[in-house]
Design a protein around this ligand. Structure first.
Ligand code: K7E
Ligand code: CUA
Length: 864
């Protein structure tokens, strides 16, 4: 048997039996002792541990802060699942390195300038009736006021909109309860136009506001033309929230610096932070966006700046659609309760949380009971009459999240580094939990929706001092998982985050997400439509029009078609590549060396790279994703010639060639290996059929993948035979080799299918048999014995049938092999294998378990 085949058959026969592990009693205590773990540690570990192949109950989408990306991780395991490229190029995903994603990224250019980072703060999940529907995800960029839309079918960024009038934002991105709009409130007031205005004219020419981006939840896109801005005074607007339920149709936005202080330490003024927190209170902005949206339809109600409709303050005031309520100074979070009736505001400089009641606010507005007007004429509601009450929580309350328990709310305390659990209806503090250190936002499970799920709160900490291995002065961020299912909170897990600085995170029940695993063949994933460069097998071509060279290429395990592209220096090269795979997770990457291009092609995706071939030379291009056993072979060459140069052909080296006899011998050998390999494949196919693989979807899908590869063999065989007929043995060998490669790929998937099937159809092991399997492995038995196969020792399938009183006999033999070396049967074995069974010093308990394991093997003998 050739070496290749030998390896392959070992794979087939040996891999189906993955030994299961079981621990002997006392093992847990032993590990705890060795690792210095307390019982509490172990309970917490058990609460977060996700066994291999397991799934989390919730999925978290976290802002990636200044990285301009987003993080996706699971709860309770806190395992990171993905980074989503949003405002920042991300090479693995090809984001910003292929033409289609560049189009999305470049939608985010600000005033013509390419921006390649973002300061992401607040992710938002699309809602239906105030509940998360798992369809769309949005996030804001504070530094370059933008909102991005991510499609949760493939976790890719599809759209970026730039706010044309704000110069920064913060209070976004927050969906209204049926995803009608996304709220994005301004942060640092600035002129709406793009001109210079002296700071002395701050009150007259600088403005704040809230933008309501019109969202179409059917297609998941923002319509800028249907969006509008509510002009607000140059108070620094901060966090916002959309009303829901009772308060649906309204928006709430905090502010600081209602002093409208403009600082100026360089001219001897007190510092900005002193002047901007002089007053005891700032203003909560309350606005009726539903009414304003209708008003904005009439051109006489809006002014247009930089193409954006703006509703001036006078219009909002005249239509009873904008109000102010005092709130404790320098507030931060404003969070509407699940039913929309309570609005909790936390002020960084106030130790209290203030709970406003919507019905009270509504009544004051209806009765036109105002205590005054601000300098711009906006009516001010009385704070006391709007409040349900206030509670002293601690130092630096920032943000709030809700749980599934009525009235229960969780608030982060930035200065105290604590999470406090309290009740916003009864205004009672219930519990506090220390976190490390300086928590910003906190994330409940669907904790800001109309239907919070409770169970966990994640504390999104700014500092990680003393928590983790020191990795230099820039520390990881620290997300701490807290169990809130009990009467008091319990800190379960610390997760270092190597991507900063996350502000807000949102969590959704995993079962609400339905991402796809492959695209329709030839999809432009950024638009969801067929790609103009879509190329099917057999349609590969190179089209030249003057200096423009367009390549229509395909990738499928394990080749790129075409394999050679020759162009002239100075040509503009456009390559459309389609990944023809249907198999799940069979991604190919693509780059041409030295041209700063890269793409990631998921099954069915078509994408494009474009570059000027401005340097002469030979440039390998290759698949960058380890996609199969022949991944390294998935390559080709781009040759760039200088049309003005004469190239001398190199001296032909005299190569030694094989004789016709040698070629024939090699051909025969290759054909023989293929035939033997086919036999192995046949045996697997038989196994799969005998065990009704089609009854199990997972296995059936894998078998389809395998046949996909096998289906390509006849065409290659035909080419090989034609080459033989034409007397070209060299070529025939290469085609036969190609057949072997397809067989390996078939086998690769076939093995996975067989493994999966064995796992599905084998009877369940008893605890004893599980322990026995482990003892068999760890004790060293598996070094010589392969179940289902004779290897360095005999096959043990049926060992309990081979001897009289077999259980006793086998036990005695394991316990003391030497005692039986003289028995004729064993003597014969020793001669045959040229090996003596060593004494593995198994305990009686272990031997008992191993016997149980052998029984399990016999029960499933047909599978090995
Ligand atoms: Cu508190 Cu931007 Cu929501 Cu940071 S923000 S923490
Ligand atoms: Cu395709 Cu590696």
């Amino acid at each position: 048997m050739s070496n290749k085949l030998n390896k392959l058959s070992t794979l087939f026969l040996g891999s189906a039996l993955a030994a299961t592990t079981a621990f002997s009693s006392g093992a847990l205590e032993k590990v705890m002792k060795e690792r210095g773990l307390t019982e509490n540690d172990v309970i917490r570990a058990a609460k977060t541990y996700l066994p291999t192949g397991g799934r989390d109950e919730f999925v978290v989408f976290s802002s990636g802060g200044q990285s301009g990306q987003m993080l996706v991780y699971g709860v309770p395991s806190m395992k990171i699942l993905k980074y989503i490229a949003v405002f920042t190029p991300e090479p693995w995903q090809g984001y910003g390195f292929d033409e289609d994603s560049k189009k999305v990224l470049r939608q985010g250019n600000v005033r013509g300038r390419e921006i390649n980072w973002g300061d992401t703060h607040h992710p938002g999940l699309s809602e239906k009736d105030g509940k998360y529907d798992g369809k769309w995800l949005v996030i804001n960029d504070k530094a370059n006021p933008r909102i991005a839309v991510i499609d949760l079918e493939d976790f890719e960024t599809k759209q970026i909109v730039v706010n044309p009038v704000f110069k920064s934002d913060h209070g976004g991105a927050f969906f209204t309860q049926n995803s009608e709009y996304i709220i994005e409130a301004c942060q640092y007031a600035a002129p709406f136009d793009n001109n210079y205005h002296p700071i002395e004219e701050y009150k007259e020419t600088y403005r704040g506001g809230a933008t309501l981006w019109k969202f179409n939840p059917e297609i998941g896109r923002i319509d800028q033309n249907a969006s509008f801005v509510i002009e607000m005074p140059p108070y620094m607007q901060d966090l916002s929230d959309a009303g829901k339920g009772a308060s649906h149709g309204w928006g709430f936005t905090n502010s600081f610096n209602t002093e409208m202080y403009t600082g100026g330490i360089e001219v001897g003024m007190p510092p900005f932070e002193a002047g901007c927190s002089r007053y005891d209170t700032d203003f909560l902005h309350v606005y009726n966006w539903e009414k304003l949206a209708k008003l904005a339809e009439d051109p006489k109600n809006v002014k247009v700046v930089n193409g954006m409709r703006i509703i001036p303050m006078e219009v909002s005031i005249a239509n009873d659609a904008l109000f102010l309520i005092p709130e404790p100074k320098s507030p931060h979070g404003v969070d509407v309760s699940p039913d929309g009736e309570y609005i909790t505001v936390c002020g960084k400089l106030d130790t209290h949380a203030s709970v406003y009641k919507w019905s009270k606010i509504k009544k004051l507005i209806a009765d036109k009971k105002f205590v005054g007007k601000d300098p711009y004429g906006i009516p001010i509601l009385d704070m006391k009459s709007s409040l349900h009450g206030q509670v002293e929580l601690g130092l630096g309350p920032l943000h709030n999240q809700y749980s599934n328990v009525d009235g229960e709310i969780y608030t982060s305390l930035y200065v105290d580094s604590q999470i406090v659990k309290w009740n916003y209806k009864t205004l009672k503090v219930l519990d506090k939990e220390n976190v490390h250190y300086n928590v910003g936002h906190l994330c409940g499970m669907e904790g800001k929706s109309a239907d919070p799920q409770g169970k966990y709160i994640i504390s999104l900490n700014k500092l990680a001092i003393d928590r983790f291995q020191n990795v230099g002065p820039l520390h990881p961020q620290n997300h701490q998982l807290i169990d809130i299912s009990g009467k008091t909170m319990d800190l379960l897990y610390d997760m270092p985050i190597p991507l900063g600085e996350p502000h807000q995170a949102v969590a959704i029940r995993a079962s609400k997400l339905h991402p796809k695993v492959r695209y329709q063949m030839g999809t432009n994933t950024k638009t969801g439509k067929p790609h103009k460069g879509k190329t099917l097998a057999g349609q590969e071509r190179i089209v030249r029009e003057g200096k423009n060279v367009t390549v229509y290429a395909t990738m499928v395990r394990s080749h790129i078609n075409p394999e050679r592209i020759t162009v002239n220096k100075g040509d503009i090269v456009t390559m459309h590549i389609t990944n023809l795979e249907r198999a799940e997770d069979e991604t190919h990457g693509f780059t041409v060396d030295n041209f700063d291009v890269h793409m990631s092609l998921e099954p069915g995706e078509t994408s494009t790279i474009k570059f000027e071939a401005d340097i002469e030379g030979v440039f390998p291009y290759y698949c960058t994703e380890f996609c199969s056993a022949l991944h390294l072979e998935m390559m080709g060459y781009l040759m760039v010639k200088d049309p003005n140069k004469k190239y001398e052909s190199a001296q032909k080296l005299k190569m030694k060639t094989m004789s016709p006899e040698e070629l024939k011998a090699e051909y025969d050998k290759t054909v023989a290996v293929n035939a033997a390999t086919q036999e192995v494949i046949n045996s697997v196919v038989k196994f799969l059929k005998d065990n009704n693989f089609a009854d199990h979807k997972v296995v059936a899908d894998l078998v389809t993948d395998a046949f996909d590869q096998a289906g390509q063999i006849p065409a290659q065989k035909k080419l090989a035979d034609e080459a033989v007929a034409a007397g070209d043995m060299e070529k025939a060998i290469l085609f036969e080799n190609m057949i072997w490669q397809l067989m390996v790929k078939t086998a690769d998937v076939g093995i996975r299918a067989k493994d999966a099937l064995v796992r599905l159809v084998a009877t369940k092991q008893s605890a004893e048999a599980e322990r026995g399997a482990r003892a068999f492995d760890e004790g060293g038995c598996s070094g010589c014995h392969v179940v289902g196969k004779v290897s360095s020792g005999p096959d043990l399938t049926g060992v309990l049938q081979r001897h009289e009183d077999a259980e006793k006999w086998v036990s005695a033999f394991i316990l003391s092999p030497e005692s039986k070396f003289k028995e004729p049967y064993i003597k014969g074995m020793i001669d045959y294998f040229n090996l003596k069974m060593p004494n593995q010093h198994m305990s009686k308990e272990e031997i008992k378990d191993i016997i149980e394991y052998f029984k399990w093997i016999d029960e499933n003998a047909n599978l090995f």
